[in-house]
Design a protein. Structure first.
Length: 131
C-alpha cells in the first residue's frame, strides 16, 4: 500500500477554519500499524496562540495513536485543530510540518515515507470561492 496524510478543511467559518488530518491508502493492499511522527520543534514552529496544553492533547492525538488496519482505497481522519486571523488559532495559517508516515504492508513489509503537511484551507487551493 501507499499511505499518505493530508490536512483537509473540515469547515470554514467566519472566525476560524477547522481541520481534519486524513490518512489515505491509495495502494492495492491494506496497510497495518500506521503511525506518524514529527519533531517537536516542527510543531512548535507551527503553533498559533491557541496551542494550550489541553488543545495539544486533543489536536495532536494522531501522533500518539496507531491505526491498526487501513484498507486499500480507504481513508480515515481525525480532528486536527484550527486557524484564525493573526495566528489566534491552534495553528499558524500556511504552516508546513514535516512528518514521517510509518506502516507495514499487509504481508509485513515495513514502509517509511517522509512528507510535508500544510495547514491551509484546501476547499480552494487559491483561497478564493465563487459566491
Amino acid at each position: 500500500g501507499v499511505v499518505t496524510v493530508a490536512v483537509k478543511t473540515h469547515a470554514g467559518r467566519k472566525v476560524a477554519i477547522l481541520y481534519d488530518l486524513v490518512f489515505l491508502n491509495s495502494g492495492t493492499i491494506p496497510a497495518r500499524n500506521i503511525r506518524i511522527t514529527t519533531m517537536e520543534k516542527s510543531l512548535e514552529a507551527a503553533y498559533g496562540r491557541d496551542a494550550s496544553e489541553a488543545n495539544k492533547k486533543k489536536w495532536l492525538a494522531c501522533f500518539r495513536h496507531v491505526i491498526a488496519v487501513l484498507h486499500n482505497n480507504d481513508r480515515v481522519s481525525c480532528s486536527f485543530g484550527t486557524t484564525e486571523n493573526n495566528d489566534a488559532g491552534f495553528w499558524k495559517y500556511n504552516a508546513i510540518i514535516p512528518v514521517k508516515v510509518m506502516y507495514r504492508g499487509w504481508f509485513g513489509w515495513p514502509y517509511c515515507g517522509k512528507q510535508n503537511i500544510q495547514i491551509a484551507d484546501f476547499d480552494s487551493f487559491t483561497g478564493y470561492y465563487l459566491g
